[in-house]
Design a protein around this ligand. Structure first.
Ligand code: GLN
Length: 189
């Protein structure tokens, strides 16, 4: 298995280090050729407007959209924004792969970034929590009927999935806790 990490912009190296620490092969994705060698893709945090422009410039926008119909994609923060159906900002051309509406920079400016406990909902038998790094994070304002909420912060959804697509408004790659990346790897398996 090779997991691709979109390396146009943002903190892709942190995702690469985390996946590599799990003993899984990674490939930095800059071209269609890179993408076609992968069985899953991570779209990192960064700046969603820049990310959109670079995806279009590198002719990857359509390819990533097509890839996500058949293969798992995990988007964190800006990665979540570009995967959404709808973004309340006209500077982003989202891929429309997950039925959520997203508000960018919903917690405020860079100085309003924070670390706080996130409640994981994927295990109904026991309570699990996770340390969420929210960096100029977006908010999921609404979810379609086929979207499953996997984590909340203050009872608001912060991680969700629909079919192949997994998204988080925070940055699990900035912790040493691999549980969320493991969950993504299971989706590929
Ligand atoms: N605020 C950024 C955006 O709108 C996302 C921030 C992040 O990825 N940490 O694209």
């Amino acid at each position: 298995m090779t997991i691709g990490i979109l390396a146009l912009q943002g903190d892709y190296e942190k995702h690469q280090q985390m996946i590599a620490s799990m003993g899984i092969q990674t490939r930095l994705v800059l071209t269609q050729q890179d993408l076609s060698a992968c069985s899953g893709l991570i779209i990192p945090g960064g700046e969603s407007t820049t990310l959109t422009k670079l995806m279009i410039k590198h002719n990857l926008w359509d390819d990533i959209r097509a890839f996500g119909k058949d293969n798992p994609i995990f988007g964190t923060c800006a990665g979540l924004i570009v995967l959404a159906n709808k973004v309340t900002s006209n500077h982003v051309e989202p891929l429309g792969l997950i039925d959520i509406t997203v508000n960018r920079n919903a917690y405020g400016r860079q100085i309003d970034s924070f670390i706080d406990t996130v409640d994981l909902l994927w295990n109904t038998d026991s309570k699990e929590s996770y340390e969420g790094f929210f960096i100029r994070a977006p908010k999921i304002m609404s979810c379609g009927p086929n979207v499953q909420i996997l984590a909340t912060h203050n009872n608001e959804p912060v991680m969700a999935e629909q079919g192949n697509i997994l998204v988080a408004t925070f940055h699990p790659e900035l912790t040493n806790d691999t549980r969320i990346h493991q969950y993504f790897v299971q989706k590929i398996n």
